[in-house]
Ligand binder design. Sequence first.
Ligand SMILES: Cc1cc2nc3c(=O)[nH]c(=O)nc-3n(C[C@H](O)[C@H](O)[C@H](O)COP(=O)(O)OP(=O)(O)OC[C@H]3O[C@@H](n4cnc5c(N)ncnc54)[C@H](O)[C@@H]3O)c2cc1C
Length: 504
Amino acid sequence: MNTTQNQTSYDVIISGAGPVGLFLACELALAQCSVLVLEKAGDPHSPLKQLPFGIRGLSSPTIEALYRRGLLDELEIHKRLKNPHLTAITNGPRRQVGHFAGIPFLDGNVDRSSWKYRLPGSPETSLMSEMQELEKIFARRAASLGVAILYGQAVSSFQQNADGVHVESGEQIFSGKWLVGCDGSRSIVRKLGGFEFVGTEPEFTGYTTMVDLADPEKLRPGRNLMSKGMYLQSQPGYLIMQDFDGGAFHGSGAPLTREHVQEVLRRISETHVMVTALHTATTWTDRARQATTYRNGRILLAGDAAHIHSPLGGQGLNLGLGDAMNLGWKLAATIHGFAPEDLLDTYFTERHPLGAQVLDWSRAQVAIMKPEPSARALNAIFRDLLDTRDGATYIAGRVWGIHTKYDLGGTHPFTGRSVPDFEFENGTRVGELLREGKGVLVDFDTNVELRNWAGNQKNQIRYFSGKAKDQLGLHALLVRPDGIVAWATDGEISISELEAAALY
Ligand SMILES: Cc1cc2nc3c(=O)[nH]c(=O)nc-3n(C[C@H](O)[C@H](O)[C@H](O)COP(=O)(O)OP(=O)(O)OC[C@H]3O[C@@H](n4cnc5c(N)ncnc54)[C@H](O)[C@@H]3O)c2cc1C
């Protein structure tokens, strides 16, 4: 094949314009990097990204990320969205606000007052959203920041050397300093980039389908754990099933036909229900794997390219967007020469443990959903626990990512956590100070030394001084561009401690 070398060279080439690739592109472009996104699909729209298939639960770190970049108000769909997975009571303290292994936890049982780092007026802790809407918002922002996005342009191979990467796509070769694989669970960047992808094999094939049924009354509403698997019908014809076949059907590559869906549904629901038409369908599994490193030279991974697991508990997208928020500013600082390259190592050391936790979270759910007596016995115990205040608060805290904390080595309890959304006396909130994607030094006491220090930070750190309505006992704190506290003090100001915790 004759290939053409594209003349433009980019700071970063991203493989994949899914939510993670697009959001990462926005983060990099916000930090003044030139970015090219190559996307295999010719058309970014797909029924699988639209409701009800494209429904995605967003958790606290994602909602905060959107808020801190001024994107939260652009989400519209959640305002009129009924979560099709949840059919229980929708209002009042018995309102179902999430689940673990299909076992609901209720609003009235979640003790939000125990989350001491969350201030009144902070963004919500969970929201329903739609893949297509998210991607549209990110693509619009990326375009406005100057990102080039090419659809119908799959990455097929690449080479790296000490200075950069050459990426082949169709008949063209694109050059960049870095390549990031955000190309999903079957990532070609991961496969060709020499990454190990280790983990556990699936227990089941999951089905998400839109069908017509001749006799829908034969199925029970809501989520039903049966002796051979699980089925959930939350709105007419929208069916989710788990068939514990060891993932055999998903892996077989066999066509997903009306007859097959009917056979699985009949077997799991133990009825003779008739599927008269199959409109849209997809399968998935609980295979759980994670790359053992997220970087190989100038090649990086983020999102599903770096980790896969079952969608139970709805965490994959949140995990991937968290990768992008963590990687974006670090890669930009490396490219601009503000930071040594080993800042990038912290992308792996901070994000890999969180990914591993999510994989285990999904494995734990599968373990108590299996159609086996021991799993059913455990499931019953969990059901009791989730109906308690402590149980629901613990599970909600994990599902919504409330307690996310990186080990940054500092001793202050705020270090490594998402910054509380302090509101200053002039009405400004910390989240708004992060819009430009820079770090922020918050000085509650207007300290001259701190102001001078910030002034010497090559314009990379924004300085803000003022009293907050509730300072949670703090005098000052340094917030990274991704909203994580790098340094905080409630005692003497020590510039040397601040220096040691500085971002670059
Ligand atoms: C049924 C289901 C329900 C889910 N529910 C939730 C939920 O509620 N909450 C949640 O957080 N997560 C959920 N997830 C997981 C979530 O959808 C994924 O984790 C998320 O889409 C990952 O985003 P990504 O950008 O990393 O990958 P993807 O969304 O897979 O995007 C990858 C992109 O790369 C492109 N691509 C692939 N190969 C190439 C190539 N060679 N060159 C260029 N481009 C390429 C693809 O076309 C695609 O556009 C769910 C998943 C499923 C299956």
